[in-house]
Ligand binder design. Sequence first.
Ligand SMILES: Cc1cc2nc3c(=O)[nH]c(=O)nc-3n(C[C@H](O)[C@H](O)[C@H](O)COP(=O)(O)O)c2cc1C
Length: 154
Amino acid sequence: MALTNYEMEIAIVYTSVTGNTRVLAENIKFVFQQYGISPSLFEASLFPCEILKDFDAIAIATYTWGNGEVPSSMHPIYEAFEQSDTKHVITGIAGTGDSFYPHFCGAVDAFRDMLFVQTTLAATLKVELAPQDTDLPRCRLFVESILKRVRQRK
Ligand SMILES: Cc1cc2nc3c(=O)[nH]c(=O)nc-3n(C[C@H](O)[C@H](O)[C@H](O)COP(=O)(O)O)c2cc1C
């Protein structure tokens, strides 16, 4: 595990109503920890948006609401990225959704398009409802993509 040999500030910001996305965020945190990194895990309403720029990397984890929409709890951080100079911040966007709906994980797509412009987007991940054991390798790839980009920056 030679991806990290320096200090890095990483945040995971999630929102969850029924728990699926919270589990996904915790799985992502677990994988970071396997690389010897301790990311800060924030529920979205508790994340201080004014310090967005201070992180080396931020992973967002969101569910999708309405008809493929970003949940209102994620609007503050979404708008903070839109309004801040955060091109230096490495980002990843992950989410859970239900493929029963026409726009599966639409909030992930919306974040992806915005983060691609506003930040250095490294990874996306969509998970069907509650994360399964088979999603752990996908979480690992998500985290590794973020770590590789951070290492290139350092
Ligand atoms: C009213 C409602 C609308 C939803 N709309 C979508 C949608 O458009 N696309 C999608 O992929 N999932 C949709 N979902 C499914 C949730 O995103 C999914 O259950 C998610 O895993 C919930 O995350 P949580 O357990 O972290 O709250 C919807 C769920 C509800 C209840």
